[in-house]
Design a protein. Structure first.
Length: 130
């Protein structure tokens, strides 16, 4: 019985972790959040790295430079589909999903990790697709 309870508790913990990562990912895709360097900064791990669908490599500083320019505030919302997540280890969640942003489609993969400040995006990669 104790093993069943532990398994159920672990499932609940994993479900909460995945939901926290999904919530953070969707916030980062929100044009209003993206237009605010302060809000983006709350969601990015200080060691954040991204390999964008363009092939460009980004870090937290370069992402914040783009968001502070105001260029993303006028963007159309990103369409998101097929998002799923998996806990890889305690405090680490891997998300995968598809996006369509004004006809540019990509497969996306994100790693979120739990920090003292909450869930933060540690790594992201976008791969163009048809």
């Amino acid at each position: 019985m104790a093993d069943e309870k532990r398994t159920a508790d672990e499932k609940d913990d994993n479900d909460r972790a995945v939901q926290a990562a999904v919530d953070g990912e969707l916030r980062l895709l929100d044009p209003e959040v993206r237009a605010s360097p302060a809000l983006v900064s709350e969601l990015l791990d200080p060691e954040f790295t991204e390999i964008g669908a363009s092939g460009r490599v980004w870090d937290a500083r370069s992402i914040l430079t783009v968001t502070s320019s105001g260029a993303v505030s006028s963007e159309a919302p990103v369409e998101v589909g097929e998002m799923s997540g998996k806990v890889l280890a305690p405090g680490v969640v891997h998300l995968t999903y598809r996006t369509d942003h004004q006809g540019r489609r990509a497969l996306r993969s994100s790693l979120w990790r739990l920090t003292r400040s909450g869930w933060r995006l540690y790594f992201h990669q976008g791969t163009p697709t048809d």
